[in-house]
Design a protein around this ligand. Structure first.
Ligand SMILES: NC(=O)c1ccc[n+]([C@@H]2O[C@H](COP(=O)([O-])OP(=O)(O)OC[C@H]3O[C@@H](n4cnc5c(N)ncnc54)[C@H](O)[C@@H]3O)[C@@H](O)[C@H]2O)c1
Length: 386
């Protein structure tokens, strides 16, 4: 079979503060991809970036980019309120789509995206980096090898994220505080914008480990948050039941000083009938100066067995277990392989819709103060109308 030429990718939202720098690194690091164009709204900024990264083409108009026959794939790292319209237009133009999470603002938007991709015979990948995060994949493999027996509970914890010095400088000490992320309507999260952005990650992770969908969620809301979310009400705890009735899960969020606890960032404990796994996710692990930990540890029969991964350096986070850019490289590598070899995606539009729905159910549960069946979320339900 003839070797497939690299996929020509256009990065849309290229001047973004958070996801774009990561995608810029990843797109230039995989031989199966060629970063061919950059698109955003500020032409001067784009030209500077194109010069810095030696990218041939820039577009300030998305419709003009879509008319470029030299582009195979659009990589949408734009805010969520643009995901549906940009995905649908790209699919209609015959371009494959990689769109960042959250997939859309409502189930019906996500459904239209899936339909457009099917009609255009293009691939639609939702960039769910936690699903492809190295330590998460390693833990999933251990589960599949039977190391912990039958899964009974998934416990997730989100503590403070610490940026490294160069990332802090780049973000001017303001973290991921970009305008749309804390806006009820632009984020799509209504009173709870941050969970709209983060929810798909935690449900994708729970499904990865349990191999079962989310049936019911119950969220606790109260005053807790950092930055702009402090003026809103945060969701600090979510519990859920999986479709597989033997499994349930929870997510707990509390921002404290790193010195107040042993670990930082995201981590999961997976409790099974034979053993337990502790897995560190995004920005998770030990803070500098604290006792170091392995990305994955298996507890069984009174023993603790550590598992290491090959690479552990990261551009963004301070912790000994950060694999942020690498998680995105894993997603892109999988996506490129699927497109080139016409293989199915492990995380596709339907997966994005599933995790979006569980996230919307979480917000609805927080607003209404009662448990919500995920299947009860109406296709046209928007969180900001609450
Ligand atoms: N997977 C992850 O770990 C991860 C991490 C961060 C962000 N994200 C996701 O990536 C997406 C972007 O988030 P961000 O924090 O990087 O946002 P950002 O605000 O930093 O960047 C968005 C960029 O899109 C550009 N843009 C807006 N309208 C445009 C248009 N019409 N045409 C072209 N460009 C346009 C903006 O000018 C900006 O440069 C979100 O969906 C977010 O949830 C994912």
């Amino acid at each position: 079979m003839a070797e497939h030429p690299p996929l020509k990718v256009a990065l849309v939202g290229a001047l973004g503060k958070v996801a774009a720098p990561c995608h810029l690194n990843v797109l230039r690091s995989l031989p199966s991809l060629e970063l061919s164009a950059l698109c955003d709204v500020d032409e001067a900024g784009l030209r500077q970036l194109a010069h810095q990264y030696e990218v041939g083409q820039v577009y300030t108009r998305y419709d003009e980019l879509l008319a470029d026959p030299g582009i195979d794939v659009v990589d949408l790292v734009v805010p969520p309120f643009l995901h549906a319209e940009m995905t649908i237009a790209a699919a209609q133009a015959g371009k494959h789509v990689y769109v960042e999470k959250p997939m859309a603002l409502s189930r019906s938007q996500a459904q239209q995206m899936i339909q457009a991709a099917t009609a255009g015979a293009v691939y639609l990948m939702v960039g769910e980096s936690y699903f492809f995060h190295g330590p998460h994949r390693l833990a999933r493999d251990l589960i599949q090898e039977g190391e912990v027996g039958e899964i009974r509970q998934i416990r997730q914890y989100k503590q403070a994220w610490l940026f490294n010095e160069s990332e802090n400088r780049r973000l001017q000490g303001r973290g991921h505080d970009v305008a749309w992320r804390f806006d009820p309507r632009l984020s799509g999260g209504g009173q709870f914008p941050w969970i709209m952005d983060h929810g798909p990650h935690l449900f994708a992770t729970a499904r990865l480990f349990s191999s079962s969908g989310i049936r019911t969620v119950a969220a606790l809301q109260r005053e807790h948050g950092v930055g702009r979310e402090q003026q809103l009400r945060g969701i600090t705890a979510i519990s859920w039941a999986h479709v597989d009735d033997a499994v349930d899960g929870m997510w707990l969020h509390c921002e404290t000083m790193p010195a107040a606890g042993p670990w930082i960032g995201f981590r999961t404990e997976i409790l099974g009938t034979k053993g337990t796994l502790r897995v560190f996710g995004e920005g998770g692990g030990a803070a500098p100066g604290f006792p170091q930990v392995a990305p994955v540890t298996l507890y069984r029969q009174g023993n603790a067995r550590d598992f290491q991964l090959d690479a552990s350096c990261d551009r963004s986070w301070v912790s000994n277990n950060s694999y942020y850019d690498e998680a995105h490289r894993n997603v892109w590598s999988h996506f490129a392989d699927a497109v080139m070899n016409e293989r199915p995606l492990e995380y596709n539009g339907a997966s994005g819709l599933e995790d979006l729905t569980a996230t919307l159910a979480t917000i609805q549960s927080a607003v209404r103060g009662c448990a919500t069946e995920v299947s009860s979320i109406a296709d046209d339900w928007h969180a900001w109308e609450t």
